[in-house]
Design a protein around this ligand. Structure first.
Ligand SMILES: NC(=O)c1ccc[n+]([C@@H]2O[C@H](COP(=O)([O-])OP(=O)(O)OC[C@H]3O[C@@H](n4cnc5c(N)ncnc54)[C@H](O)[C@@H]3O)[C@@H](O)[C@H]2O)c1
Length: 287
């Protein structure tokens, strides 16, 4: 029997990157899949790729109306929901606070926290009773930025830290019927993670960073020396979304390629001495 046989899985922000990879993996594991995605262009791409196999709807996780319409569509087509997987996110451009214009701070904060945190909270509220009917699961996306500096700027890091706390609190409130866990990736190949509209940086995407630079950074810093694809993360998401996870709730799994398991004394940066002298400034920051 496949891991997600008889499971209906809803993925928010599944139009590209992580969510799309997780959607493909869930399908391969036998799930019925629904995707809510804000970008009309990505919705068209999803429809082209999946046709009728996946329930795709355009909508914004910040909108109660859009989430309720998604819920109605899920109930109509599948009659149930086993797992809610939250993957949407927006980046802050890795801007230091000192370089962030004072008057932009409130709108930047609102944008990051509404997409990265409020969207998960509204989704949980709107779908929890459906999930309860099937002893279901919620899996939310944090980041290594929630644990250590320089994985993003202040607003992204704070929003991802908030996701960890949302996981803790909802796991407590929704037990024993619904298990709630998080995953904190370090980096994701083929991500289109976008900068904030509030700073006019929404045209900037992680995928604009030359692939070799992103890969090189991983190979320099990460003990496992590998930049995972979205599909590779799919294994973790699928397990936590499945009924097979009878083991944990309230946990955020740090999927960091071993990054946090080193203190950076020995350097393998090109041209660097073996000990001391700092790690050098990476050309790009991870989300
Ligand atoms: N890219 C990385 O290196 C990295 C590292 C750690 C964590 N993450 C997290 O992984 C998750 C997925 O990011 P990704 O890298 O795959 O980026 P991505 O941009 O490729 O995927 C995110 C998707 O969410 C959608 N989205 C954005 N705002 C939305 C909204 N309001 N409503 C509905 N959908 C919305 C986007 O259109 C996009 O399709 C994010 O939460 C991100 O913070 C990414």
């Amino acid at each position: 029997m496949q891991l997600l046989e008889n499971h209906v899985v809803l993925i928010t922000g599944g139009g590209s990157g992580l969510g799309l990879g997780v959607a493909r993996h869930c399908l391969a594991e036998g799930a019925e899949v629904a995707i809510l995605e804000v970008s009309p262009g990505k919705v068209a791409d999803l429809e082209a790729e999946f046709g009728d196999r996946v329930l795709v709807r355009q909508g914004d996780v910040r909108s109660i109306d859009d989430l309720q319409a998604m819920r109605a569509a899920v109930e109509k087509r599948f009659g149930k929901l086993n797992a809610l997987i939250g993957t949407q996110g927006v980046f802050d451009g890795n801007l230091p606070l000192a370089e962030t214009p004072l008057e932009k701070i409130p709108s930047l904060f609102d944008e990051l926290f509404q997409v990265n945190v409020l969207g998960y909270i509204l989704s949980a509220k709107i779908f929890v009773d459906l999930l309860e009917q099937n002893d279901g699961a919620i899996v939310l996306t944090s980041s290594t930025a929630a644990y250590a500096a320089d994985g993003g700027g202040l607003f992204y890091s704070a929003s991802k830290g908030a996701v960890r706390s949302v996981v803790n609190q909802l796991a407590f409130e929704f037990a024993p019927r619904v298990r709630v866990n998080g995953i904190a990736p370090s980096g994701i190949a083929n991500s289109q993670l976008a900068g904030p509209r509030s700073l006019g940086m929404d045209h900037m995407k992680q995928s604009d960073i030359p692939k070799e630079n992103f890969l090189a950074q991983f190979q320099e810093l990460m003990p496992l020396k590998h930049l995972p694809t979205p599909e590779e993360y799919g294994w973790l998401y699928a397990f936590l979304a499945s009924g097979r996870n009878t083991l944990m709730t309230g946990q955020t799994i740090v999927a960091d390629q071993g990054l946090f398991n080193r203190a950076v004394l020995t350097q393998d940066l090109p041209g660097a001495d073996s000990v001391a002298g700092g790690i050098g400034k990476p050309e790009v920051s991870l989300a």
